[in-house]
Ligand binder design. Structure first.
Ligand code: HEC
Ligand code: HEC
Length: 297
């Protein structure tokens, strides 16, 4: 803030307080008429006149109290330009104090739940799952959906189909460290016919009908180029986050157009690491909520 605005506000406020004080002083005393009687105002409405009386004393005193309050306030708290106030109050430290107060209340609860396994939390601690759910809504629902049902590119967390694995430790690691799926792009290695053959073969893997000839030609190519990650049986590899291609669950979509686009251009889904956003105990709770979605008690 430039010093111009500091002085503009400071002088403005001080002059204003002095002006109000002067106004109260000037109107405090009653102006008595020549015979010691209260002075009558000049106007008259249908014969009704009024005295020029000062404000009642209690009312006047209220005004003085507000003035004294305002001076005290402006000394203790920021208000006069860039003056910081003798209390050193800021929005930031007020916020930090409130956060610290909440943390003091919630930390023991997080700690207690943190010491229990996810299975235990799911089977016996509905309050913990509730807290995990609220954290999920805050931190995860933008990508995974508020019901954790996912969207194209963002996995559904309510089913028992896992890219990386659904064991408690795996879920905890996924949330803590994040994950990056790496499906390479094949457009520069394979010609369009091979991509069509592979697409037909992938479609046939989940028991759907596809062009038989193309699929048969795709099978050996799959073994050559794809089985290293997706497995010879195409059931995927959780260590790599390589999707199972034999089921009906699709991360990006199971139509021929989407599958061939995936093969041509590759995919790289990123689950961000949360270790700097949530404490280990919080991750444990939100993980327990995720675990609960596919494991009922
Ligand atoms: C280097 C390992 C690797 C190789 C090689 C690989 N993939 Fe993948 N593939 C992945 C990973 C990892 C994913 C998940 C990508 C993600 O999570 O964003 C994936 C995803 C896919 C998907 C999307 C599945 C879905 O549910 O939407 C298809 C289809 C696919 N791969 C087909 C193939 C084909 C066909 C080949 C061979 C030409 C191949 N992949 C080779 C690692 C690989
Ligand atoms: C910016 C978007 C984004 C946010 C926020 C996000 N995720 Fe993810 N998450 C993803 C993506 C994308 C993947 C899939 C990664 C891949 O393709 O391998 C994923 C994968 C996962 C997986 C692995 C699923 C599997 O099948 O193995 C879990 C578990 C998960 N997320 C939980 C969470 C939780 C819990 C939160 C909140 C603390 C969260 N995610 C926040 C995008 C997000």
């Amino acid at each position: 803030m430039s010093s111009f605005w500091h002085w503009y506000i400071t002088i403005g406020v001080i002059v204003y307080i002095i002006a109000v004080f002067w106004l109260l002083q000037a109107t405090r005393k009653s102006k008595t008429g020549s015979e010691g009687e209260d002075e009558l105002m000049d106007h008259s409405y249908d014969g009704i006149q009024e005295y020029n009386n000062p404000l009642p004393r209690w009312w006047l005193q209220l005004f003085y109290i507000t003035l004294i309050f305002s001076i005290g306030y402006l000394v203790l708290y920021p208000g006069l330009g860039s003056w910081k106030g003798t209390f050193g109050w800021t929005q930031q430290n007020q916020f930090e104090k409130e956060v610290a107060a909440t943390d003091a209340i919630t930390a023991p609860i997080f700690k207690k739940f943190g010491a229990m396994s996810m299975e235990e939390l799911v089977s016996s601690q509905p309050q913990a799952i509730d807290m995990g759910k609220r954290m999920f809504i805050n931190s995860c629902s933008v990508c995974h959906g508020s019901d954790a049902g996912g969207a194209p590119g963002f996995p559904n967390l309510t089913d028992n189909d896992w890219l990386w694995g659904g064991a408690p430790d795996t879920i905890q690691a996924t949330i803590t460290l994040g994950r990056t799926g790496s499906m390479p792009a094949w457009a520069s290695t394979l010609d369009e016919l091979s991509i069509q053959q592979l697409t037909s073969y992938v479609i046939s893997l989940s028991g759907r009908s596809s062009n038989k000839e193309l699929a048969e030609a795709g099978q050996p190519k799959f073994q050559m180029y794809c089985s290293g990650c997706h497995g010879a049986d195409a059931k995927g590899a959780q260590a790599l986050g390589a999707a199972n291609l034999t089921d009906k669950v699709w991360l990006y979509g199971g139509s021929a157009a989407v599958i061939s686009k995936t093969i041509r251009e590759g995919r790289s889904g990123i689950m961000p690491a949360h270790k700097d956003l949530l404490s280990a105990d919080q991750i444990h709770l939100v993980g327990a909520y995720v675990y609960s979605l596919s494991h009922t008690k």
